[in-house]
Write a protein that binds this ligand. Structure first.
Ligand code: G6P
Ligand code: MG
Length: 217
């Protein structure tokens, strides 16, 4: 039967966390705030606004609304300088195989991302054509763990939430998928993503048989 397969972007399809890290670190340092990889981990799946709020908090800094907006724009401009250089070689291992298998079996394929840059990134890595539906940070009002992003994707695919499967690398994303009554598949560590229905280190661990079972169940 036709199921809806909803993919998070950052950390699932491509590893943009390293570019977010470079851009946030540059911004934080320019404000005299330290920024480590451990802190960057805590920004996975977190919106741009919430990320800057956290960084300013860590540095005990307060800024005006105008300055806050300027800092967000500056970070994004720097982040985009990395994004513009991306190409298909940055697609994570076996993502193509899984997408091709889903296409072959005429499954619904959607993106469910908090990023406002999602469409641009999919274009850069040449994957936009696979996605029937793209729900991103431009169309969502409530951030993950709220289920809105995934419910909107299911709605646009015209597939019931309990017939949808979500791939997520962030704890908040797994919570959002669970709250949407969808099957959650964590991509990453079992310890971190303990609330997911299934967890795999990456797509190389996900067999075609496993995908076919999801389609046929
Ligand atoms: C994803 C990433 C976050 C990022 C957010 C917003 O959820 O995991 O690290 O902050 O998207 O991304 P954006 O491209 O709109 O700044
Ligand atoms: Mg992610």
């Amino acid at each position: 039967s036709k199921k809806g397969f909803i993919f998070d972007l950052d950390g699932v399809i491509v590893d943009t966390a390293k570019y977010h890290f470079l851009a946030w670190r540059k911004l934080a340092n320019s404000l005299g705030i330290d920024f480590t990889e451990v802190q960057n981990e805590q920004l996975k799946g977190v919106s741009r606004v919430k990320s800057l709020e956290k960084i300013l908090n860590w540095g005990n800094k307060e800024v005006s609304q105008g300055e806050f907006n300027r800092l967000m724009a500056e970070k994004n401009e720097d982040y985009l300088s990395y994004i513009y250089k991306m190409d298909a070689s940055e697609i994570l291992p076996d993502v193509h195989r899984v997408l091709n298998l889903l296409k072959e079996h005429h499954q619904g394929i959607a993106l469910g991302s908090a990023s406002k840059n999602a469409k641009l990134i999919l274009e850069k890595v040449n994957l936009l054509d696979y996605f029937e539906v793209v729900v991103d940070g431009n169309s969502v009002t409530k951030a993950k763990p709220d289920p809105e992003v995934f419910l909107n994707a299911a709605n646009a695919l015209e597939i019931k939430p309990d017939n949808c499967i979500v791939f997520e690398d962030a704890v908040a994303g797994v919570e959002a998928a669970n709250a949407a009554q969808m099957i959650s598949i964590g991509i990453g560590s079992k310890n971190v993503l303990s609330h997911a229905n299934f967890v795999f280190k990456d797509f190389t661990e996900i067999s075609n048989d496993f995908i076919l079972q999801l389609i046929n169940q």
